[in-house]
Design a protein around this ligand. Structure first.
Ligand SMILES: Cc1cc2nc3c(=O)[nH]c(=O)nc-3n(C[C@H](O)[C@H](O)[C@H](O)COP(=O)(O)OP(=O)(O)OC[C@H]3O[C@@H](n4cnc5c(N)ncnc54)[C@H](O)[C@@H]3O)c2cc1C
Length: 653
């Protein structure tokens, strides 16, 4: 260990599960035959002993080994090494592949129609249910702290549909309670607000600029009101005088940079150029300002301003358009995330574990014994009983650590009466049969599970290139350094993690959020691995590879380094202050949303691949947020409803 690592506290005992990067993989492989992709899966893919998944720390999300079977299927090596599947003898009305919010919602809708006695099996690769709706728990100084490892909140750029709203209300969630459970003034009452961290490698020196007059809490990854106070503190920013002048001009200038064009013509042009190009070529800004704005769209688009259109930047609220007189109506090709909608904005709610609470409430509906309690308040602190998820006596069962490898009709697709679903669990290839099947898993995976798709549908599935993203939870023993530095959230456009935020102060039921800087707290960090300059899908692919190759140790070192440098003025000591780290790695993260720069059908009209991809075949229907090309919880619910309708006719909510 070098001296910098020692300074950063890389040798300190904290809660992390980094041993899984190596040891558990080594334990698993010999059980099933060295070199066998099929064999390597079992031990590596899941913890060896039944555990309580939300409390595991270290590398979570798509943890090491969980994807070995899936990648062997992709590489066409799986079936060469596989034994004959053994039939468990189980027969179901419905098997659902994928236990994310879409899969759980599909079970919920199916039971509404077929009744609670319908026999349903949900299979998922991971050791926890909920998919991206992931709960992280920490026991620290005798207190339980919660964090979200994925889906952050009930929020959507478009209004929730009546179907999605009906599920939320049936689960007992009242989104108007947000005003009661969330303290929107805690941090500002302590003199804290958003800040921007300029890092040395990108900007020449490490400088943290806190907002001098914070007006409201900033969103994750958003510099908040800092930039409207630009004039008052820009002298300290490590930017050239030209860049500073240009940034101020971009915020405040009222020049029409596209004279002689109508608003519609301007939007048509803006939809076809990147925001980066707009800033440099149309506004005439110094190229160095691109670095400053580069990661602003990351949280929504998973790429920077080199791959987001100027029209989207305008819709999204980025500056530089004051003099263009664009009106309020979006033009063709605008992305879902760039459309402002007041009704949608009002429908917002955050649980301390994000939308994992929605997944837990759905599981409670399906399997009441697994999630004790009976209210929205008590679900927040309820300890799920994982042993109750897959009991032979239950009509609905959730089987975790189970990667589905094949789905096929037993007979001709159009006339078969049954579907066989084959999966790997505990290193064994097993099969069950069902009257129907819903694939609520990622679309990019589906072509490897079945050869019953047309070439056109396979291609459409493959176009759903998931957006890689990392949500990391770091537990601090206290947050006095944040308070001394005057920040509760950071926009860090050149750093390893581009967004850092102290936990949103939400108290529900028995769960009380930390309120004093001396208390332990969860800090959330976001990283969107992308490769500027490439088309969006290629950036996502490259980012995915980067994520698979980044070890927990690299994450940890970068976390410690970024905190130490950004919070130096607050006296942050990473060796002393960090108590636990959980990295939620999502190489297959957000559903791909269409982008006017790379998807001509989205700009000019034409068939959307998600519509082709989600067509049912025989007794199999397709759900998942990918089916809507819309990366939100409501899409996962809506697509589940549509998939159930595809199988059973119009479903009743
Ligand atoms: C980091 C992050 C933050 C987000 N934040 C928000 C937010 O704040 N608000 C919001 O509305 N939306 C948010 N989203 C999007 C939202 O989480 C998703 O749209 C939604 O949860 C997707 O649910 P799903 O069931 O369609 O897919 P997933 O949650 O991805 O579930 C699919 C499941 O299928 C399983 N699976 C895949 N292949 C197989 C196989 N072969 N066999 C068995 N199982 C398989 C996977 O393990 C996974 O659990 C976020 C997403 C991410 C990644």
């Amino acid at each position: 260990m070098n001296s910098r690592d020692r300074e950063l506290g890389m040798d300190r005992p904290i809660k992390r599960r980094d041993f899984l990067n190596g040891v558990a993989v080594a334990i698993g492989a010999p059980l099933l035959g060295a070199g066998s992709a099929f064999g390597a899966q079992a031990g590596a893919g899941a913890p060896q002993t039944p555990s309580y998944p939300p409390a595991l720390s270290g590398m979570r999300g798509l943890y090491p080994g969980s994807f070995t079977t899936a990648h062997a299927l992709r590489d066409h090596t799986f079936w060469k090494n596989a034994d004959k599947p053994s039939d468990t003898g189980e027969r179901y009305d419905l098997v659902i592949v994928g236990g994310g919010i879409s899969g759980l919602s599909a079970a919920y809708f199916y039971r509404k129609i077929a009744g609670d006695n319908a026999r349903i099996l949900i299979l998922d690769i991971l050791d926890d249910f909920g998919g991206h709706a992931k709960r992280n728990e920490f026991d620290i100084h005798g207190r339980k702290l919660l964090g979200y490892g994925g889906t952050y909140a009930i929020e959507s750029p478009s209004p929730y549909s009546p179907i999605a709203k009906s599920v939320i209300s049936d689960l007992g969630i009242d989104v108007t309670a947000d005003a009661r459970v969330r303290d929107t003034k805690l941090y500002s009452s302590l003199g804290m607000g958003p800040g921007i961290f300029f890092d040395k490698q990108t900007f020449g020196s490490d400088v943290l600029l806190p907002d001098p007059k914070p007006e409201k809490d900033a969103d994750f990854g958003d510099p908040g009101t800092t930039e409207t106070h630009w004039k008052e503190f820009h002298e300290q920013a490590p930017l050239s005088p030209a860049a500073k002048q240009d940034i101020q001009r971009i915020y405040e200038g009222t020049k029409d940079y596209m004279p002689g064009l109508s608003p519609a013509e301007k939007k048509a042009r803006l939809a076809r150029m990147t925001y980066a190009k707009y800033l440099t070529d149309i506004v005439g800004a110094d190229p160095s300002v691109v670095k400053y704005f580069q990661t602003r769209p990351h949280a929504y688009f998973g790429v920077g301003i080199d791959a987001v259109s100027a029209q989207d930047a305008w819709g999204f609220g980025l500056p530089g358009f004051l003099g263009l007189d664009l009106g309020t109506e979006p033009g063709p090709g605008i992305s879902h995330d760039s459309i402002q909608n007041e009704e949608a904005e009002k429908y917002w709610f955050h649980f301390p574990d994000g939308n994992a609470s929605i997944a837990r409430l759905l599981v409670r509906k399906l399997l009441p014994a697994a999630i004790p309690g009976n209210s929205v308040e008590d679900v927040v602190t309820a300890r799920a009983d994982y042993a109750r998820l897959d009991e032979a006596s239950s009509s609905t069962r959730i089987r975790l650590n189970s990667t589905v490898a094949r789905v096929r009709h037993l007979g001709d697709v159009d006339t078969a009466k049954e579907v066989e679903v084959t999966y790997v669990k505990d290193g064994k290839l097993q099969s069950v049969r069902a009257g129907r099947c819903i694939l609520a898993c990622w679309h990019s995976m589906i072509p490897y599970l079945t050869d019953e798709l047309s070439e056109r549908q396979r291609k459409a599935m493959a176009s759903a290139a998931k957006v890689p993203i990392v949500y990391t939870n770091v537990v601090l023993n206290n947050w006095t350094a944040f308070q001394k530095a005057g920040v509760n959230s950071l926009y860090a456009p050149g750093s390893f993690f581009e967004a850092v935020q102290l936990d949103l102060p939400v108290s529900i039921g028995d769960y009380k959020c930390p309120r004093a800087p001396e208390e332990a707290i969860v800090v959330h960090l976001m990283k969107t691995p992308c490769h500027p300059g490439l088309p969006a899908r290629d950036q996502h692919r490259a980012g995915r590879v980067e994520l698979y190759e980044t070890t927990f140790e690299t994450f940890e070192r970068n976390i410690r380094d970024e905190f130490a440098r950004a919070l130096a003025k607050g006296g942050f000591d990473p060796g002393r202050d960090i108590a636990a780290i959980t990295v939620n790695r999502w190489p297959h993260g957000y559903a791909y949303e269409y982008n006017s720069l790379f998807d001509p059908f989205w700009l000019e009209g034409g068939e959307q691949p998600c519509v082709v991809a989600r067509q049912p075949f025989g007794r199999v229907a397709i759900a998942n947020a990918d089916a809507a090309a819309y990366s939100y919880t409501d899409a996962a619910i809506d697509e589940a409803y549509r998939a159930v309708s595809d199988l059973l006719g119009t479903a009743r909510a």
